[in-house]
Design a protein around this ligand. Structure first.
Ligand code: FAD
Length: 405
């Protein structure tokens, strides 16, 4: 063997560890290189994890001990100048998603990777790669490693892809900011809240996720709208505003901020290069379809697919031909769900959704629910009038509504 290890995985988050677990289950030698002191030390999420891929990855080893609470209740809230609309959906005993704290969970997953024979090297920063014949030399601050195949799982910064010529653009990224707040609950299930209308003119939304002993409170906004923001709002001020408006005043235990890839199906960057497979956030796998926000199940699934594709590529002996990985992704739910979410993804790029629509909806409901002895107007007239008052046309409202369908 003229190389050190079958697969080098850059990044020990969900996608990297899933790739490592799968590669070693396929009898490959694999090493995960993680810059943090432990897995989870550098990772940020909202977060609610849909656990179908995790169950597939771990099989009998799956346990919800290291997750937080199963989510039985989803609440959506739209704040406007003079009012608020909210609705909730509750379904008991449905354990398909859990709240999660990554510092705890990723540490657990890296333990499983090690139990399965995958080496995880912490405090190891990957600085670049060089090519040598048909192999790759992975350059780290602790020495170089020679391998036929690299799985890039280094998150939104995507160092390896950038070294292949990919550019990171603000329009394809969001900023996520999160605080973990002390909050005891005696319930054995959790609620998630998705909130529009609290981020001012910035394109984004806020969230509150209930954990066992804490709340995860935060917001996500498009980076380009931060650049356009005339008020030059600081993210640390915005998170305080969000907490204040929601009346959440417990002790803050953690503060974190992170980039979120926001490409959408139509703008996805390459997922494979010669000798390189790209997984999770580094491949731009994130879905926001207005109902669900998902990156974690896509990270785990794409990591697993990369671990399986690695086996096929190494067995073939042609390490530069990585097309099989793209094909396997195309056949998975990842690409299907990204495609289905694409129209909604586009709609969420529309500033009106965050600025004009909250006032439009509350204006319509305010009149329809108000009785004051004056002649009532037909609902259709109320809608037309409110659309006009809020700078929207009925045609644009219908067009946007069709996108949600
Ligand atoms: C505020 C916020 C809220 C979110 N909410 C949700 C949610 O509710 N549900 C959901 O499903 N998803 C959510 N997401 C998205 C989700 O967190 C990501 O999709 C997921 O974490 C991606 O996992 P990953 O393994 O691909 O990347 P990451 O978790 O970012 O892991 C990348 C790893 O690579 C390491 N690394 C990076 N560069 C190097 C290097 N040069 N050398 C060595 N190691 C390196 C990092 O330290 C890190 O451990 C949210 C994200 C944010 C920021």
């Amino acid at each position: 063997m003229d190389y050190d290890v079958d697969v080098v995985i850059v990044g020990g988050g969900l996608s990297g560890l899933s790739a490592g677990i799968t590669a070693t289950k396929n009898n490959l030698s694999a090493i995960v290189l993680e810059r943090g002191d432990y897995s989870g030390s550098k990772n940020v999420t909202g977060g609610r994890m849909y656990v179908h891929s995790l169950r597939k990855l771990l099989g009998d080893q799956f346990s919800d001990e290291y997750l937080e609470l199963p989510v039985y209740k989803d609440t959506y809230e739209i704040y406007a100048k003079d009012g608020k609309i909210s609705f909730s959906f509750e379904e008991k005993n449905k354990k398909n998603s859990y709240t999660v704290l990554r510092s705890k969970f990723d540490r657990y997953l890296s333990g499983i990777a090690e139990e399965n024979g995958c080496t995880v090297s912490y405090s190891t920063l990957v600085k670049g790669i060089s090519r040598e014949n048909n192999l790759i030399n992975v350059i780290t601050d602790r020495g170089d490693i020679k391998t036929p195949l690299v799985i890039e799982a280094d998150g939104s910064a995507a160092l390896i892809s950038r070294l292949q010529g990919r550019r990171l653009q603000p329009k394809y990224n969001m900023l996520g900011v999160k605080e973990v707040i002390e909050n005891k609950t005696d319930r054995d299930y959790g609620e998630t809240r998705t909130i529009l209308g609290l981020t001012g003119d910035l394109k984004g939304g806020a969230f509150v996720y209930e954990n066992r002993d804490t709340l995860s409170v935060g917001f996500t906004v498009k980076i380009e709208s931060l650049q356009d923001d005339a008020n030059n709002l600081k993210s640390s001020d915005l998170i305080e505003q969000v907490r204040e408006k929601l009346g959440i005043d417990g002790k803050m235990l953690e503060y974190s901020a992170h980039m979120i890839p926001y490409y959408g199906y139509g703008n996805l960057p390459p997922v494979n290069y010669d000798n390189i497979l790209v997984a999770g956030d580094s491949a731009g796998f994130l879905i926001n379809d207005g109902f669900t926000i998902r990156g974690m199940d896509l990270a785990i699934e794409s990591g697993m697919i990369a671990g399986n594709a690695a086996k096929i590529i190494l067995d073939s002996g042609d390490y530069s031909n990585t097309e099989i990985y793209k094909k396997m992704l195309d056949e998975s739910f990842i690409m299907n769900d990204m495609k289905v979410a694409w129209p909604m993804f586009n709609l969420l790029g529309n500033k009106d959704l965050f600025t004009k629509y909250p006032d439009f909806f509350t204006g319509v409901l305010s009149e329809l629910m108000n009785v004051d002895g004056k002649n009532r107007r037909k609902p259709v007239n109320v809608v037309f009038d409110q659309a006009h008052q809020n700078g929207l046309s009925v045609a644009s409202i219908l067009r946007d509504a069709m996108r949600v369908m």
